[in-house]
Design a protein around this ligand. Structure first.
Ligand SMILES: *Cc1c(COP(=O)(O)O)cnc(C)c1O
Length: 361
């Protein structure tokens, strides 16, 4: 581990912390944030922790114009013994650099960022909620800050990490959701930016999400952007199906975001001795399996919800009711196991959790 000095400037006025009961997603932010700047002559410089505060930027700053941004999302938990646990943060750093590469943003040093993140969480440790299902959501992101209206990669960037105490994704335990299979709008295409965690992908998804919400669905299931035939993923989750005892998930391609939860789920299922196959899955095939009574379970995987069982899929007005709208066995077992590993109540056989004290090695 490199010896980097991370300057710390503590706040003089601590905010009132929200009630652990009423926490939703991403509404409250802690007292401090991590900031690091980049310029083409200095590289990344000046990593520091400062009081949480607004950012002041020139209106011509590139972030306001052409969407050259990337972000990450992960969670920190407080274990019963008072240790702070992070779930596979090095994977987020790897993915951030993949996104950076696609968006022409300079690579970051994951070790420096993780050490800054640990320091930041340690300082704001009292903000980690402890009620069942709650956690501290970590949002690292990079914005281009050069003042320039030309279309080109920025020469200056700011990397920021903010922290947000978040509630249980499910108000009454894990609950199946209704999903609309989108057959008009598309999220991403091969050669585009679907594989990168960049704001533009989300901007492109809002219209479909809004229309699906107005029809009573909580998310959309995206099909491939060319033929609108192959299943890709859900809003901010990857998707799994259990067909006649076998678990399948769309094979990664250039338009699917490779989830860390997806990767963890595949490893766990294999460890349990179950067959998991990554392959191209067409929506017609899925509907056929459903009609033959072979579609046993559907669930999404992502950091925010961890595992989100799907109770209903609607494709061109055809309704697929899955497992009678109930949470499936595999989804439940995965949810319990992964959240257990994350909050330290289940053994971590895979070495997935990192404690704040795992320092300097
Ligand atoms: C972040 C994200 C996911 C899930 O990734 P995790 O690492 O499991 O949180 C899936 N799809 C999209 C589009 C995403 O942005």
């Amino acid at each position: 581990m490199k010896d980097v000095l991370i300057e710390v400037n503590l706040t003089k006025s601590q905010k009132v912390k929200p009630d652990s009961e009423g926490l939703a997603f991403g509404r409250y932010f802690t007292d401090h944030m991590f900031v690091m700047n980049y310029s083409s002559d200095k590289g990344w410089y000046d990593p520091k922790i400062v009081p949480y505060q607004p950012i002041s930027l020139d209106p011509a700053a590139m972030v306001f114009h052409y969407g050259q941004t990337v972000f990450e999302g992960l969670k920190a938990y407080l274990s019963k013994s008072g240790e702070v646990l992070l779930f596979r943060p090095e994977k987020n750093m790897e993915r951030l650099n993949l996104s950076n590469q696609r968006l022409c943003i300079p690579q970051i040093d994951g070790d420096i960022v993780i050490s800054g993140l640990k320091k930041l969480i340690e300082i704001d440790k009292d903000w980690i909620p402890t009620a069942q299902g709650t956690s501290l959501y970590v949002r690292p992101f990079i914005i281009p800050t050069e003042s320039f209206l030309g279309v080109a990669p920025s020469k200056h960037y700011q990397f920021i990490i903010i922290l947000s105490p978040v509630g249980s994704y499910y108000k009454e335990g894990i609950n199946p959701v209704k999903i609309y299979v989108e057959d008009q709008y598309v999220r991403a295409v091969a050669g585009g930016t679907g594989k990168a965690k960049t704001g533009g992908n989300y901007a492109a998804s809002l219209k479909a999400q809004e229309e699906a919400s107005s029809k009573g669905f909580s998310q959309v299931l995206w099909l491939d952007g060319v033929e609108k035939k192959y299943i890709e993923e859900v809003g901010s989750m990857n998707i799994f199906f259990k067909i006649n005892g076998e678990i399948i998930t769309p094979a990664l391609n250039e338009s699917i975001l490779e989830g860390i939860t997806r990767n963890s789920v595949i490893e766990l299922l294999k460890h349990w001795g179950l067959t998991v196959t990554e392959k191209k899955i067409s929506i017609e095939d899925l509907f056929e399996w459903y009609s033959e009574g072979l579609l046993e379970e559907v669930f999404g995987t992502g950091t925010a919800a961890v595992i989100s069982p799907v109770g209903e899929l609607n494709w061109k007005g055809k309704e697929m009711l899955i497992n009678n709208g109930n949470t499936g066995e595999i989804a439940k077992r995965l949810y319990d196991t992964i959240t257990g590993i994350q909050n330290g109540t289940q053994p971590d056989q895979f070495g997935w959790t990192m404690t704040i004290k795992d320092n300097e090695n």
